[in-house]
Design a protein around this ligand. Structure first.
Ligand code: HEM
Length: 370
């Protein structure tokens, strides 16, 4: 069966409620797997000799750093990173591709998790670590990966992202030379690409920060608000109306969890495949307020299995937002082009240009590309 046929079948089955949930998940997983084929090769073993020499050289520096940092753990990890640097280890694009491949591998090891993929939650981590940027004070953004630190890690908006941070930590143990900011944003790139989305240009250069660089609560959007709030929050990051709408298309994938945000359910019938379905469904379905004890959210009248947040629904209520939402509903290629550009911009927020290792962003290969 072709992929589009398979998705059509799933859609119909969901619509008529004729599929048990477990079977539906299996089918959804199959549809996602269609795009993330054989497990990538394990990273080639590397000699650690230069690393150990380097570690010796930075012990003193590490101790000094420890005295000034809020976390000894961070000091040790930063020490290892510094050791690699001292040992003249200069990672190449191939080294970053190995990290990408490892993330793609982990994304797929989600048999019993949500819809069978960790990609949505990994994308959300990358977005929340970048979306704290304030263009006026030039604080926040993806540079320092400050969500590692309390209280930012415990901000309400970040509930549940410990799942993604723990997965990324496994990768960090294997590739200690990569900074957390680079790792998390590369995770976002891998998530988009491995969910059959567009290529997202990316380049490394972020550095690890310390706890005092963490951002205050309230910088990320509140899903219960309207268009003024969206413009205020995303305007602070430097995004216009068109970019706000394109970014919101990220809700084509993943789902809400009552124990994280309080909201419940997926936005689309294919929550592990990136498409413009989020926009199509906004226009094609009739959306009604869900009657329940939870926060205000909408459900589709026909199947009652899909959801929209109040902030998603304003995209078809506000005249300016609606124009872009309609354009994306009508044209998946346009959505992919704009989503790729705006996500690339999002992931670079807060990173001084001179920190990047290359003038032009790179295009990373998908796990199944030769
Ligand atoms: C427009 C403002 C936004 C609001 C108010 C918002 C709000 C939310 C909320 C409440 C959840 C549910 C969290 C949970 O319960 O697990 C969520 C999930 C998610 N968001 Fe957003 N979000 C916004 C923008 C974005 C953007 C710009 C992206 C990426 C480009 C994005 C990607 C995601 C993804 C992938 C998930 C699913 C995570 C999962 O499945 O675990 N969101 N968002």
């Amino acid at each position: 069966m072709s992929f589009s046929l398979l998705r059509g079948t799933i859609r119909r089955n969901v619509a008529t409620g004729s599929l048990p949930r477990a079977q539906l998940r299996n089918q959804l997983r199959i549809s996602a797997r269609r795009f993330s084929t054989p497990p990538p090769e394990a990273p080639a073993p590397k000699s650690n000799t230069p690393l150990y020499v380097g570690i010796g050289a930075v012990v003193a520096a590490g101790v000094a750093f420890y005295a000034f940092s809020d976390s000894g753990n961070t000091a040790i990890k930063s020490g290892v990173q510094a050791a690699k640097v001292k040992a003249n280890f200069v990672p190449t694009k191939d080294d970053y591709q190995k990290v990408y491949n490892r993330i793609a591998d982990i994304i797929d090891q989600a048999e019993n998790y949500d819809d069978g993929s960790y990609a949505p939650v990994i994308l959300r981590l990358a977005w929340h670590s970048s979306g704290t940027y304030d263009k006026d004070t030039k604080t926040g953004g993806s540079n320092y990966a400050t969500m590692r630190f309390s209280p930012e890690s415990e901000h309400g908006a970040n509930a549940g992202l410990n799942v993604a941070r723990d997965l990324m930590e496994k990768v960090k143990q294997e590739f200690p030379w990569i900074s957390y900011g680079d790792l998390w944003t590369l995770g976002g790139v891998a998530a988009v690409q491995e969910m059959a989305g567009p290529k997202v240009p990316w380049r490394p250069g972020r550095i690890d920060g310390i706890a005092t660089q963490a951002t205050p609560d309230g910088r990320l959007p509140d899903a219960t608000q309207g268009s003024d709030h969206l413009r205020k929050i995303f305007g602070r990051m430097g995004f216009n109306d068109q970019e706000i709408v394109a970014l919101s298309g990220g809700h084509a994938v993943g789902r809400c969890h009552t124990d994280r945000s309080g909201f419940e359910g997926p936005w689309t019938f294919s929550p592990t495949t990136l498409t413009n379905d989020f926009f199509k469904l906004l226009f094609d379905e009739k959306w009604v307020w869900k009657k329940w004890n939870g926060p205000k959210q909408l459900e589709d009248k026909t199947t009652k299995t899909l959801m929209m947040l109040p902030t998603d629904y304003v995209l078809v209520q506000d005249k300016s937002f609606k124009k872009y939402a309609k354009a994306y509903a009508d044209d998946n290629d346009l959505f992919f082009k704009d989503f790729s550009a705006v996500v690339a911009k999002l992931f670079e927020l807060g990173v001084p240009i001179e920190q990047f290792v290359s003038a032009e962003p790179w295009i990373m290969k998908n796990a199944d590309e030769k």
